[in-house]
Design a protein around this ligand. Structure first.
Ligand SMILES: NC(=O)c1ccc[n+]([C@@H]2O[C@H](COP(=O)([O-])OP(=O)(O)OC[C@H]3O[C@@H](n4cnc5c(N)ncnc54)[C@H](OP(=O)(O)O)[C@@H]3O)[C@@H](O)[C@H]2O)c1
Length: 271
């Protein structure tokens, strides 16, 4: 689908580089058809050496003749970057923005043209092809555009498409920020193992593989997590005592409130 498409990534930082790596590794786009930009010349050179792609610090120059432009810069840089490229961008080019809290309408209005814009919210496990990305189309998007975005983010994990952009705030709070919550849980369960005498490295491995396995059970069986939990919980056994402590600590309410609070924050800072 993307074989002959030319792609430009504005902002080859953590997420931009992850996408670049995924597209190259999966032969989605030919190296000669992909380019990336950064703010610092030294960083651009580093990316050029590492991936053998053309790199720029001039976005205007880079996007000329490109079919897809991925915006992987911080939200606060968005206005400045868009006003710099708005005169030369054309309606034939597709913009994919991964910036948090930045609406498709904001980007469309900054560009002052009927530019097709897709908003994407990926997450950091994309680095190891285990990402979760949610896409949301803007006003001028067709099925072909959506398929191209699915191909790009599908190279680094699972992809879902939603059409109600107001839900991107909770998506950001849940799957965008989610890896950070998971790391706290992994850290804490590991600490519990260490407290009870396990070597730290072993405790960490047991925790991470257990959470990874449990996650895959949910995804692969499609079963309700409560039924899967019941299958581990023997009457008067060990697990139920552990569960009681978790409930006593308010784990469910705490996690639900974390998503609510982070969603509110995303709404507050949205542009
Ligand atoms: N990190 C996450 O978990 C995550 C998840 C989902 C979405 N996002 C979104 O992804 C975006 C990027 O986040 P990140 O964590 O990848 O940030 P990052 O590592 O700081 O990357 C930002 C990159 O943008 C470059 N840049 C800054 N100004 C530029 C300009 N005028 N032209 C071209 N490049 C420019 C920077 O270049 P230099 O390195 O040379 O300064 C840097 O490489 C953000 O909008 C964020 O909301 C992040």
């Amino acid at each position: 689908m993307l074989t002959n498409k030319k792609v430009a990534i504005i902002g080859v930082g953590k997420i931009g580089e992850t996408l670049l790596n995924g597209m190259i590794k999966n032969n989605l786009v030919k190296k000669e058809n992909i380019a990336g930009s950064t703010a610092q010349e030294a960083h651009a050179q580093e990316i050029n050496k590492k991936y053998g792609i053309k790199t720029y610090i001039n976005n205007k120059e880079m996007i000329l003749g490109k079919d897809i432009i991925i915006l992987a810069i911080k939200p606060q840089m968005m206005k400045k970057v868009l006003s710099n490229i708005k005169d030369i961008i054309s309606e034939k080019q597709l913009i994919i923005s991964i910036a948090a809290a930045t609406s498709t309408q904001f980007i469309e209005e900054c560009l002052e043209k009927n530019i097709p814009v897709i908003r994407a919210m990926p997450n950091t496990p994309a680095l190891i092809n285990e990402g979760m990305t949610v896409l949301c189309p803007g006003k001028y998007i067709d099925e072909n555009h959506i398929q191209m975005a699915i191909d790009i983010f599908g190279s680094v994990g699972l992809v879902e498409v939603i059409h109600r952009e107001e839900l991107m705030d909770v998506v950001t709070a849940l799957s965008g920020s989610g890896p950070a919550y998971a790391y706290i849980i992994i850290e804490s369960l590991t600490e519990g193992g260490v407290r009870m005498g396990l070597p730290r490295e072993l405790a960490k491995k047991l925790t991470a593989q257990t959470l990874s396995g449990a996650s895959k059970m949910v995804l692969k069986t499609g079963m309700h997590p409560a039924l899967l939990k019941d299958a581990v919980t023997t009457p008067a056994g060990v697990t139920v005592d552990g569960l009681m402590e978790l409930e006593d600590g308010g784990i469910r309410v705490t996690l639900i409130k974390a998503i609510s609070r982070a969603t509110e924050k995303s709404k507050e800072i949205s542009q």
